[in-house]
Design a protein around this ligand. Structure first.
Ligand code: PSU
Ligand code: MN
Length: 298
């Protein structure tokens, strides 16, 4: 195990027994939802994982320790004051003893490192709109290309260029499989109209796919997607995204600040409705991830 890494005893025991464990990402909470909704959401997500029969492992940095399985008593402290940590931010944040919300990229890496094979989030990062000028492509995509783990999400938000994100996933060899859906979901929006490479009907099919990928020794993640349970009107979302992008441009927002800025703008402008949809899909993805982990370890 890495220096500066700490596993919750419950998680350690579950891994030793080869029981079902689900990793949960925290950048989505530290940089995607306001306080105290983020604490409440984490409560819902961990509960959903447990109800599905798996052990939740909340991953994040607390005072420079990489914690796999943050205890409820540690959540608040971590969630109110944390840096956004993608892969490249990990070492600097550890050395400065910071708190950190880990992105899909960093969480997938850490989870795989300790032997967790299923991970739940809301939406993945991807290729940003305006990529020809900014070259902004999320490290999430590259991390999923080299971490064999199941990532359960509701696709990606339309703050991104979704067709290019899908092309990039294909280039990196990452299968994008719909759970009881044929289309790529757009986070708040049930369908983006983008066709998926495959569909599964139950978690046993997911497990079968994972075993086959392991046999093939493929290094990629399997990205499992399902639409959120309380979708929002697509035109409404697109209108807000356009507004958010204009504000980001006007204020010269770039780099790792881009995604949090856009998410914060949407949250502040559309308040309740988007936040409810966001919280509902995080909970639903945690529940599905728990079932997938159960099928893999049953
Ligand atoms: N996309 C969302 N919601 C999120 C994020 C992305 O719809 O909360 C967060 C996730 O933590 C994701 C990260 O891993 O942002 C990607 O950031 P970037 O685009 O800077 O790589
Ligand atoms: Mn970026």
């Amino acid at each position: 195990m890495l220096e500066h890494m700490r596993l919750h005893p419950e998680v350690q025991e579950a891994l030793a027994n080869k029981s079902a464990v689900v990793a949960l990402e925290t950048a989505v909470l530290t940089h995607g939802l306001p306080y105290p909704a983020n604490v409440e959401t984490l409560q819902d997500m961990t509960q959903a994982v447990r109800s599905s029969g798996a052990i939740p492992a909340v991953i994040g940095l607390l005072h420079g320790d990489v914690v796999v399985g943050l205890a409820p008593s540690e959540w608040e402290e971590m969630l109110v004051d944390a840096e956004k940590c993608s892969i490249r931010d990990l070492a600097p944040a550890i050395l400065r003893r910071k708190n950190g919300g880990t992105t899909v990229a960093a969480t997938a890496y850490i989870a795989h490192h300790v032997g967790i094979d299923v991970f739940a989030t809301g939406g993945i990062g991807g290729v940003h709109r305006g990529v020809f000028e900014t070259w902004d492509v999320s490290a999430d995509l590259y991390a999923m290309a080299s971490c064999p783990i199941v990532v359960v999400s509701s696709g990606a938000k339309s703050i991104l260029d979704l067709p290019k994100t899908m092309e990039f996933l294909e280039s990196l060899g990452i299968p994008v499989i719909g759970y009881q859906t044929r289309d790529f979901p757009g986070f708040y929006v049930a369908s983006t109209g983008l066709r998926l490479s495959g569909t599964v009907h139950d978690v046993h099919e997911v497990a079968g796919m994972v075993y086959t990928m392991r046999d093939l020794k493929l290094p990629q993640a399997l990205l499992l997607v399902q639409p959120g349970p309380s979708p929002v009107d697509p035109d409404f979302v697109e209108h807000l995204v356009q507004e958010a992008l204009e504000h980001a441009r006007a204020q010269g927002i770039s780099g790792k600040a881009t995604t949090p800025f856009l998410l914060d703008y949407l949250n502040r402008r559309a308040g309740e409705q988007l936040q409810k949809a966001n919280m509902a899909l995080l909970k639903a993805n945690a529940a599905l991830a728990g079932k997938v982990a159960g099928a893999l370890h049953g």
